[in-house]
Write a protein that binds this ligand. Structure first.
Ligand code: HEC
Length: 101
């Protein structure tokens, strides 16, 4: 009986893995990247303070690289994407920052 229950949960696990893949692989927007990858270490207010200073691409590039060195999980495409998100800044970033104030 115990063995039976174990295999049922194993099957459920496989089912979940197939139908709900890691959200990291799903298409990320500026907003999901910020809330999913940046907020793990500090509040977005930290990010939004810098957004408010209207820093350019190069400054953000340095910051994002620095965050990756700190341990932020971002591949190079995601890093480039975020640099654009943050330096423009994208409308969703502005919305997020206004909400977190
Ligand atoms: C692994 C932890 C971690 C993650 C994830 C992380 N940060 Fe940071 N962040 C830090 C630490 C630690 C500091 C303070 C030390 C420093 O300034 O280098 C910091 C400081 C900052 C600062 C203020 C200093 C500066 O360089 O302007 C900004 C802006 C910032 N983070 C943005 C981000 C963004 C954007 C992301 C998402 C891509 C992010 N952080 C993800 C750890 C993290």
């Amino acid at each position: 009986m115990k063995k039976h229950r174990f295999s049922a949960s194993l099957l459920l696990g496989i089912f979940l893995a197939i139908f709900f893949p890691n959200p990291v692989q799903a298409a990320e927007t500026c907003a999901t990247l910020l809330t999913g990858r940046c907020e793990t270490c500090h509040y977005l207010t930290r990010v939004c303070e810098k957004v408010a200073q209207k820093k350019g691409k190069w400054s953000w590039k340095r910051t994002v690289k620095n965050m990756v060195r700190q341990g932020a999980k971002l591949n190079s495409a995601e890093q480039d994407r975020l640099v654009v998100c943050l330096s423009e800044p994208a409308p969703e970033v502005k919305t997020l920052c206004n909400q977190s104030k």
